[in-house]
Design a protein around this ligand. Structure first.
Ligand code: SF4
Length: 211
């Protein structure tokens, strides 16, 4: 499979934020979001087989793992890798962009699915039928850049009954929207969602890779 990088860091997103985690960043993505912060992972990557990837994960010695990208579900091997990691006793998070089907993902994997807001330029690529495959342990993330994005997220949350289905994260794109503004909107609207700040960017500002 094509791998962009494998590294251990502090989980900066999701409800697992703050925990040490080994990340397997798979190369390649079918989307081109306006704010993408992993442009280096959109193409290329090193060819590694399952044994090589498992070897690196085991060497890191951390029981929490995340498959991320790029878009991991573009590569079928990500499904086999997830199951293998689970069999070996790892917890597995899957960060996915919301445009590819989730039906074949191992049910023990914690799915963290983006729903791309209008400012991403990718809203029309979302596969909303994926919501049927989410459970209470899964998470949906909205990256918001402005009030239009926030209102879009509110509308989707309401239309699809997301509050009853899974955890919900609202993540302000901090070069476009201050965290306090997003926080005040959440409070004003009494929206029971989690404000997410990208913790790894606070710990290691300006560092692009390996965090
Ligand atoms: S889905 Fe993720 S990796 Fe792909 S372009 Fe969007 S932000 Fe970048």
């Amino acid at each position: 499979m094509k791998i962009s990088e494998i590294f251990t860091s502090i989980q900066g997103e999701s409800s697992f934020s703050g925990l040490p985690c080994t990340f397997i960043r798979m190369a390649g993505c079918n989307l081109r979001c306006s704010y993408c912060d992993t442009l280096y992972a959109l193409e290329g990557g090193e060819d590694l087989d399952l044994d090589q990837v498992m070897g690196k994960v085991k060497a890191a010695g951390i029981l929490l793992t995340e498959l991320t990208g790029g878009e991991p579900l573009l590569q079928e091997e990500s499904l086999t890798l997830s199951t293998l990691l689970l069999q070996e006793g790892y917890s597995v998070l899957l960060e996915t962009n919301g445009s590819l089907p989730l039906d074949a993902v191992d049910r023990r994997v914690v799915k963290i699915m983006d729903l791309k807001c209008p400012s991403s330029g990718m809203s029309d690529q979302m596969e909303f039928s994926n919501i049927d495959y989410l459970t209470k342990r899964d998470e949906v993330k909205f990256v918001i850049s402005d009030r239009t994005d926030f209102d879009w997220a509110r509308e989707v949350i309401s239309s699809y009954g997301l509050l009853e289905k899974c955890k919900i994260l609202i993540s302000p794109h901090l070069s476009k929207l201050e965290a306090r503004t997003a926080a005040s909107w959440i409070i004003e609207e009494k929206l029971p969602v989690r404000l997410q700040l990208q913790l790894h960017k606070i710990i290691w500002p300006g560092r692009e890779r390996g965090v």
